[in-house]
Design a protein around this ligand. Sequence first.
Ligand code: PRP
Ligand code: ZN
Length: 284
Amino acid sequence: MHLKIAIQKSGRLNEDSVALLKKAGISIPKSLGNLVTEASNFPLTLLFLRDDDIPEYVAEGIADIGIVGENEVLEKRKAIKVVRRLGFSKCRMSLAVPKNEQYEGLAFFHGKKIATSYPNVLDDFLKAKQIEAEIHEIGGSVEIAPTIGSAHAIFDIVSTGSTLISNGLREVEVVLKSEALMVANPYLGERQQQLLEELLFRVEAVHKAETNKYILLNAPNEKLPQIIEMLPGMKSPTVLPLALEGWSSVHTVVPENEFWQRIDQLKQLGAQGILVVPIEKMII
Ligand code: PRP
Ligand code: ZN
């Protein structure tokens, strides 16, 4: 039996979701507008859906799991489990007003009409801030509402901000931040659960590989103890003698951000010929 995964049919999330599955070693045949397809080397069936519908399909068990934005998960309030935050397709959910509007704080929204496709998230926020505003729910093209006079402001997702700019709007409040999540039906069968765990294991290996780097450097032998102390490896670094007397080559794996914090100290200790190499998969 296959694991059924729902991913976005088209849009940013689609590209990032397909890229993640590919990095996890799953081959997805080029589908020519097909909304259902099967991976060729993993028991996975892909359902291409509108992101807005994914929480419901997963809650109903039509898909076992899904990759969807946190924005949709929060809005749809379906009985689904978040199994992993994926860290991509990041965006903000923000309030925006016409750019020439005087704005001095949330009180602006009292008595105003706000257009959005996220009425639940907006309602929670307005209640928490004790703002009484009218929520005008629309399915899409929210950004044109102020221009056509159907609302005073909007609440929508913002990524680069270019949609706001091209519609003469200004982001004034970030209500929350969102990223892609892997979600699952809470009542998966044993086989489905097993396949999900296998998939998560691969996703974890991809994530570790992306945040770690393989480092090679040359160091004078007398400084090796200090250099090794600064470079904790997966277990401990590999040290190989160089042909040049008194020098060694040190190989290790470190989180990339930590590495950049230590680069100056490493150079001061005499490290030379430093190579930072990407890792494809990492399993500890
Ligand atoms: C979102 C949102 C805006 C746009 C913002 O739509 O509704 O239109 O992206 O992005 P920007 O800040 O980079 O311009 P999306 O394409 O995700 O589609 P959807 O809301 O219809 O699912
Ligand atoms: Zn959508």
